[in-house]
Design a protein around this ligand. Structure first.
Ligand code: URA
Ligand code: SF4
Length: 210
């Protein structure tokens, strides 16, 4: 696959963000203040995918800038990462009223934008935060059963985690969140160490994916 320059990727992401800013494909366009396409380096190795913008995200046009975002920053710090090191996006780019769950038709209408962002960024790891982004890669799975268990597919690691908001509501989950983020970084490092080893193409398969 052709490695695109970071600049080319940035330009493509900016073009997608402009399309999102003008998007009227679902009813969320009527109530949003700003669209929240996602943010981070265009060549990020790690991509986090959350659910949908909340109040602060809708005001600022940036993902995870409220309380959930502060907790995400804290999690990143536990593995020595900063916000600028990762790309953060959501499955839905406009805030649902009162932060209700996104509807199936809203998820479907918005899906193409995220898929195209992923194709441009081509991250090594996709970490899903919460049920809605998990469902896209692990259909039918239950988050309590599969969080913290990565699956490799086509050279990429998919890794489901709880949503930061859930861990804030239920502090008993926070040690699990920290264990999960440490685990995904360890898995990435293992993959990097075995990259040249052709026998290591096929790590153990525990879950059906896609
Ligand atoms: N929760 C999300 O899922 N995404 C955000 O951007 C903020 C809060
Ligand atoms: Fe368009 Fe997605 Fe916003 Fe709906 S949520 S209006 S599909 S950008």
């Amino acid at each position: 696959m052709d490695a695109q320059s970071k600049q080319e990727k940035q330009a493509q992401l900016a073009a997608i963000a402009r399309e999102i800013a003008a998007c009227r494909k679902c009813a969320l366009c009527h109530s949003r203040s700003r669209t929240v396409p996602g943010a981070g380096p265009a060549d990020a190795k790690i991509m986090f995918i959350g659910e949908a913008p909340g109040f602060h995200e809708d005001q600022q046009g940036l993902p995870f800038v409220g309380r959930s975002g502060q907790y995400l920053n804290h999690l990143l710090a536990t593995v020595g990462l900063r916000r600028e090191d990762v790309f953060i996006a959501n499955v839905v780019k406009c805030r649902p009223p009162e932060n209700r769950d996104p509807l199936p038709e809203e998820l479907a209408a918005c899906q193409d934008y995220l898929d195209r962002q992923i194709a441009v960024i081509n991250p090594e790891v996709i970490i899903t935060l919460g049920r809605f982004s998990m469902a896209r890669y692990f259909p039918g799975a239950r988050i309590t059963q599969i969080h913290g268990q990565g699956r490799r597919k086509d050279g990429r690691l998919y890794f489901p985690m709880y949503h930061p908001a859930a861990a804030l509501r239920n502090p008993a989950m926070q040690p699990e969140m920290e264990a999960d983020i440490k685990r995904v970084i360890a898995l990435m490092n293992t993959a990097a160490a075995t990259d040249d080893d052709e026998e290591n193409d096929q790590p153990p398969v525990q879950l059906r994916l896609f």
